[in-house]
Design a protein around this ligand. Structure first.
Ligand code: C2E
Ligand code: MG
Ligand code: MG
Ligand code: MG
Length: 275
C-alpha cells in the first residue's frame, strides 16, 4: 500500500539521485582530460584596502573554474572533492600555480597592479606533500614573480602536526611567500598556535559577513576576529562583501581590507588587464 502511494515520490527522488550520480561519475571521468586540455582556468577576484578615502587594489585571489563544453562552468565546490577522491589534487595545484605565476607576470604590465599579490588556495591534503613543495621552490627559483604569490591555508591544516606545518611555512616564508588563514572562524584551531605561525593575514569567513548588520552574534564574532588579528599583529580581510553597508560596518569595526561581489567578482585575467 505504501508503495502505491509513494511510488511517484520515490521515483522522482530516485531520478534526482540518479541524475546527481551520473553527473558525479561524468565529472570523475572527465576531470583528468580537462586538466590535460587546460579546460580548468583560474579566475581572479580583486582584494581591496581602504587607505583614507582611496580604495586600492592590493591583490587577487585565484579561484578555479572548469569550463565544461556541455555542462558550462562547474564550480570548484563540486570538482575539488572529485579531484581529492581521484588523486588529482597535485595536477590541479600545478595548474593553478603555473597560471598564477603567469598572471603575476602579466599584471606587471599595468602600473596599478604592479604591487599586487596573487593568492592561491592550498588544500590541507597537499600542503605537506613533497612534490607540492618542490614545485613551489622550483617556481621561486625560476621566476622573479613567484615571491608575490600568497598561499591561503585553512584552519584544518593546523589540526595535526602543528610543528611540522610551522616549519614548512617558515621555510617558504623565508623565501618570500606570504600566508593567509582562509575561512577563519569556521574551523577548529587553537588560538595559541596562531602566534607561532608565520601568518600575514586572517580572512574573515563570508558566513559572518553575510548577516553582519542584522545578527548580533555575527557582529560579535567579526569584532573578535578583528581584535585578535590586531593583537597578533596580523592583517585582516573580510570575504563575501556584497553591500556598501557591510563595507561601511567593517570599516567602522577596523577592518580595512575586503573582497566580494560589491567591488569585483572573480573574472578571467584578460578582463582585469582590459579594464
Ligand atoms: P574560498 O577560498 O573561501 O573562496 C571564496 C569563495 O567565495 C569563492 O567561491 C568566491 O567566488 C566566493 N565569493 C567571493 N565573493 C563573494 C561574495 O561577495 N558573495 C558570495 N556569496 N560569494 C563570494 P568559489 O570560487 O566557488 O570557490 C569555492 C571554494 O573552492 C574556495 O573557497 C576554495 O576553498 C575552493 N577553491 C577554489 N579554487 C581553488 C583552488 O585552486 N585550489 C583549492 N585547493 N581550492 C580552491
Ligand atoms: Mg580562499
Ligand atoms: Mg574563504
Ligand atoms: Mg570557502
Amino acid at each position: 500500500k505504501a508503495k502505491s502511494m509513494g511510488g511517484g515520490v520515490t521515483q522522482f527522488f530516485n531520478q534526482g539521485l540518479q541524475h546527481a550520480f551520473n553527473r558525479q561519475l561524468r565529472l570523475e571521468n572527465e576531470l583528468r582530460l580537462a586538466i590535460q586540455h587546460k579546460d580548468l582556468v583560474i579566475y581572479l577576484q580583486p582584494q581591496f584596502e581602504q587607505r583614507g578615502s582611496n580604495t586600492e587594489c592590493i591583490g587577487f585571489e585565484a579561484l578555479l573554474r572548469w569550463q565544461h563544453k556541455q555542462l558550462g562552468t562547474v564550480s570548484p565546490a563540486e570538482f575539488i572533492p572529485v579531484a581529492e577522491l581521484t588523486g588529482q589534487m597535485p595536477a590541479l595545484h600545478s595548474l593553478v600555480l603555473e597560471q598564477s605565476v603567469a598572471a603575476l607576470q602579466r599584471l606587471q604590465t599595468r602600473s596599478e597592479y604592479q604591487r599586487c599579490t596573487v593568492a592561491v588556495n592550498v588544500s590541507a591534503s597537499q600542503f605537506k606533500q613533497s612534490n607540492f613543495l618542490q614545485e613551489l621552490e622550483q617556481l621561486l627559483s625560476n621566476s622573479p614573480y613567484a615571491k608575490n604569490l600568497e598561499l591561503e591555508l585553512t584552519e584544518n591544516i593546523l589540526v595535526d602536526d602543528i610543528e611540522g606545518t610551522a616549519e614548512l611555512m617558515d621555510v617558504l616564508n623565508n623565501q618570500g611567500l606570504q600566508f593567509s588563514l582562509d575561512d577563519f572562524g569556521t574551523g577548529y584551531s587553537s588560538l595559541s598556535y596562531l602566534k607561532r605561525l608565520p601568518l600575514r593575514q586572517l580572512k574573515i569567513d563570508q558566513s559572518f559577513v553575510r548577516d553582519l548588520l542584522n545578527d548580533a552574534h555575527d557582529a560579535a564574532i567579526v569584532r573578535t576576529i578583528i581584535a585578535l588579528a590586531k593583537s597578533l599583529g596580523l592583517e585582516v580581510l573580510a570575504e563575501g562583501v556584497e553591500t556598501d553597508e557591510q563595507r561601511q560596518k567593517l570599516l567602522t569595526l577596523g577592518c580595512k581590507r575586503y573582497q566580494g561581489y560589491l567591488l569585483g567578482r572573480p573574472q578571467p585575467l584578460e578582463y582585469w588587464l582590459n579594464q
